[in-house]
Write a protein that binds this ligand. Sequence first.
Ligand SMILES: Cc1cc2nc3c(=O)[nH]c(=O)nc-3n(C[C@H](O)[C@H](O)[C@H](O)COP(=O)(O)O)c2cc1C
Length: 352
Amino acid sequence: MEIDLRERWLIDSVEVPTRLVLAPMAGVSVQAFRRQGRRFGAGLVCSEMVSCAGIEHRNEKTLGYLRVASDEHPLAIQIFGSNPETMAEAGRMVEAAGADIVDINFGCPVRKVTKTGAGATLLEDPALACRIVSSVAEAVGVPVSVKMRRGLRNGSRDCLDVGPRLVEAGASVLTLHPRSAQQMYTGSADHALTAELVSLVDVPVIASGDITSRARAQAVLATTGAAAVMVGRGAQGNPWALREIVDGDAAEPSREEVVAELVLFIRETVRELGERRASGFLKKFYGWYLGRGRFPRPFKQELVVLDSTEEVERRLIAAAPGALPLLEQLEAELPTGDEITLALPISAFGGG
Ligand SMILES: Cc1cc2nc3c(=O)[nH]c(=O)nc-3n(C[C@H](O)[C@H](O)[C@H](O)COP(=O)(O)O)c2cc1C
């Protein structure tokens, strides 16, 4: 039987309109990515992980991650750190910034984060992990979620011990990426563990890992009992994958559609990060959008050496002039609602 991914579900009182969640990805999940994800069917979008120390020290770049646009909701902002009090303070600021959910990262396998005692390392210190969750949950009025790996080492089943304790400590939803931290992104996500976790807790579980098609999403939902699937790498440069997963619409985008979405993404990212940061940040997206046999390979090489995003735009539109009316239509349809920001000069982030 087909599962309806357009079914609404609840995280406490937060209504999530579809059973697809767009994954938090450092260096990827900018506001433009999240807003695009919502347009293509994601019911919940997440910021990349934000350092609670950066929030505490009011680091300008960190605070830039806390900008929330009116058409992103529901949105989870993810924080990481290992000190319960600092995490609680970060949770309060994230809530004040407009997040509907505060997500806590117990999954990051990267050494820069784990060596500070944060991320996936906390799966081996369940008492501290629970203190972090309960301090954040007490500090905020919105639901708290936790995203975790299966454990630190290959074959670990720590998530099944820690998960239920985190729920007791106050987590309203758990996301499981069932690879070990040691695995990084190698091998495959073992969703048999997701099914076990679902059977152990009475809160919704989100299944993350290797979901790239509707068939895979259906299979994981059916075999695990998860409330939703999360999509990460499959959505990089490919928002059409989200539409395929949610609606079964498998139509490949035309070149014009690809260029229109990419140019919109470039413009939005430049508005968010400023030209200097955006032009470096965007380079990886060119390959992601233009690959998959959509454009000849040398075209991407041409784009990455150009000096400004304006030149990239010109080159893209020259390659598919029919993209212009599509782009105008997309821009006309974008909501222009107020952004909720902390009391910070917008100019710090390169313009509003
Ligand atoms: C480039 C990249 C950055 C990521 N950054 C984060 C992050 O900031 N926080 C987090 O919880 N997970 C992060 N992840 C993990 C993803 O959210 C997701 O769990 C993982 O990629 C598996 O899903 P996928 O197979 O759909 O990509 C990241 C993954 C990638 C590829």
